[in-house]
Design a protein around this ligand. Structure first.
Ligand code: MRU
Length: 363
């Protein structure tokens, strides 16, 4: 199994330790979460982020809430409600909470606490194994394409769908790590992903792993695709509707359109916990609107005199007056027709045929 360089999430007695992603890629620090409110804030403020990791963290948040507040029906319902309200788009959150509810509700309160920690741990392990399987299936695609090239395979991704976003290897990056382990040469185009710059997290991961990569401004993607400099695009997903329409980080749709125009295959890599067959299509997927400050401000390291470029304090600079009217949808929806295939832990399918791969999930 893929070993995360630093666990994104782990239990430490009666608290949780998470890798604080608001400090990356500048500082590597873990945050301790001790209460339900800590966990809800960590998800809302994106100390933990990425659909599968949000789900697993919420599951541990339920266990933590029962530990602190008792395990009666009221306490369980309160935890599910608070955590369920943190972020709307990634369905993994709601999937994990529903799984906790199903496992815990029928039990007597005295049995619930141990069961809650065990179920959260099972969700974490399931995600790690799922990422590995996505990596294996994605590697088949990379190998087939690489066989037609005489240079390293060039893969474009968006946002961060690597180990940071999961409890394992990641989703979109899992095939890339599998390729590296198999000795298949790849180079990754990483778009910075304004406004929260999750692409910088991807670049940080790839740099640490020794995977060749090139950081690009989001708006450079179209030109690179048009010029034939990209062999395929793989992104993660936050929610996939029954017809295969896929919500992912805002900007994904533009890449899919440009890939289609350039004849470059566009793939989504996602686990079963990202599927939402209760949404008939993308129009039914709730899209999170986030605050204006994310667009009006930029975060980075301010070097102090005499220090190297990447040393110094984390600081924010203002790009626009704070009373500027801003729209900040955090996700967009890529229609199934633009998606060559969805790479799941069960194999690769056409976006419109997902239901055949998960017959037990049909509504
Ligand atoms: O807002 P974020 O950073 O939580 O959004 C994350 C993404 O959109 C990822 O691409 C997605 O969750 C795929 S995760 C493996």
């Amino acid at each position: 199994m893929f070993q995360q360089p630093i666990p994104t999430l782990c239990r430490d007695g009666d608290r949780l330790l998470v890798l604080d992603q608001t400090l990356l890629p500048f500082r590597t620090e873990r945050a301790a979460l001790s209460t339900l409110d800590d966990v809800a804030a960590a998800i809302r403020d994106m100390q933990v982020r990425g659909a599968p990791l949000i789900g697993a963290t919420a599951a541990f948040g339920v266990a933590l809430a029962l530990e602190r507040q008792g395990a009666d029906d009221r306490s369980l319902q309160h935890a599910l409600t608070v955590l369920g309200a943190t972020r709307p788009t990634a369905v993994n959150l709601h999937w994990a909470l529903a799984r906790m509810d199903t496992a815990l509700r029928p039990l007597r309160p005295a049995q619930r606490l141990a069961a809650a920690w065990a179920e959260a741990e099972a969700i974490r392990l399931d995600d790690a194994q799922t990422c590995d399987a996505i990596g294996r299936h994605g590697l088949d695609i990379l190998r087939a394409l690489a066989a037609t090239r005489t240079r390293p395979l060039r893969i474009m991704t968006h946002c961060n769908a690597g180990w940071l976003a999961t409890c394992g290897a990641g989703t979109a990056l899992a095939p890339i790590y599998a390729a590296q382990a198999a000795g298949l040469a790849v180079e990754v185009f990483v778009s910075e992903t304004r406004p929260r710059n999750q692409g910088l997290l991807t670049a940080w991961e790839l740099r640490a792993a020794g995977v060749a990569h090139v950081l690009i401004a989001d708006n450079a993607a179209g030109l690179l695709l048009m010029r034939g400099e990209v062999d395929l695009v793989i992104t993660g997903a936050d929610r996939i509707a029954a017809n295969g329409d896929t919500a992912n980080k805002v900007g994904t749709y533009l890449k899919a359109l440009a890939a289609q125009a350039a004849g470059v295959p566009f793939y989504i890599a996602a686990p079963h916990s990202t599927l939402d067959f209760s949404c008939p299509d993308g129009a039914a997927i709730p899209i999170e609107d986030r605050g204006a400050d994310e667009v009006c401000r930029l975060r980075g390291v301010a070097p102090s005199p005499g220090t190297k470029d990447d040393e110094g304090e984390i600081a924010t600079v203002r790009l626009a007056p704070m009373d500027t009217r801003v729209a900040n949808p955090a996700f967009d929806v890529t229609p199934a027709a633009l998606i060559r295939g969805i790479i799941t832990e069960r194999g690769v399918v056409a976006a419109g045929e997902l239901a055949a791969l998960y017959p037990e999930r049909r509504q």
